[in-house]
Design a protein around this ligand. Sequence first.
Ligand code: PMP
Length: 324
Amino acid sequence: MSQAQPGGSGAATAAPVTQHIWWSGKLMPWNEATVHVTSVGWPALSAVFEGIRAYWNPERQALYIFRMDAHLARFWRSMRFMQLHPRWSARELTDATADLLRTDNLRGDVYLQPMAFALGGNRGNQPMAAQDAEIYIHARPAKSQLNTHKPVTTCVSSWTRIHENVLPPKIKAIVNYQNSRLGGTEASRGGYDMALFLNERGKVAEGGGSCIFMIRDGQVITPPITAGILESVTRYSVIELAQRELGLTVIEREIDRTEMYFADEAFFCGTMAEITPVASVDGFELGGGESPGPVSRQLSELFERVVRGQVPAYRHWLEEVTLG
Ligand code: PMP
């Protein structure tokens, strides 16, 4: 096993996945974006990030960034909570992202990760104080699995989802993901693909990095935003598409654990997860073993057409970056 050398370059521990990274105002080669070793650790306490997808459209030789505005609005809320002061506008970050995609000529589906953190004055367990944010934006190829994703098995985690009075689930704070990792680790040790978390009231909350929907008797049901979940951009998009385009009834309400066992269909949704069909919950097979079920399939097909720019009514959800 290779070991990081003391005094070695910070880049040694992070293999370049793309050639460039945007960091606090400029595009630079991946290996040049380094910080002092004492910046590793405590600054992560206030670090917040976004996960955004861009979908390749071969006809237009363009990438479509999905709902950049909604992601950046949440990024701003996350920074505000952590008292991080962004020194760039949402427009500047969008333009920076477009520059990065063009410079690295990423001709395929991409995952984008803007990250904000503070470098100075955070060397321990101190009260939060306003600080300027450093921001980096990193892009890596991530082929969409929409309509091809293998259905996943899930189990209810013995770890409770963080709630408002523990850590704020509505923001994308790095610290929240320790809770996600505990559930994910437990699930994989038990032979399941993904964890499903209950909240402090014992009701279904979300996955470790995705929201959850179930379908019962043709109704599309998902926990409300007060269930201890991230306000997922994908979740809002799915709700809108299901109601407006497919004429389905969508209900936001509390869900009991055993309701998941008897659901006709279920899927996780999120930027990385996209629409991931659920095959079983705690060993209870959904929909008589047919996964994805018909409603999940219909939603995924529509979602894919929307994200690839094939549905004019939803073009305003997409930021086009032409690669020429
Ligand atoms: N919940 C959690 C905990 C997440 O990390 C994510 C991924 N961002 C989601 C839900 C889905 O959110 P979105 O659709 O905005 O990616």
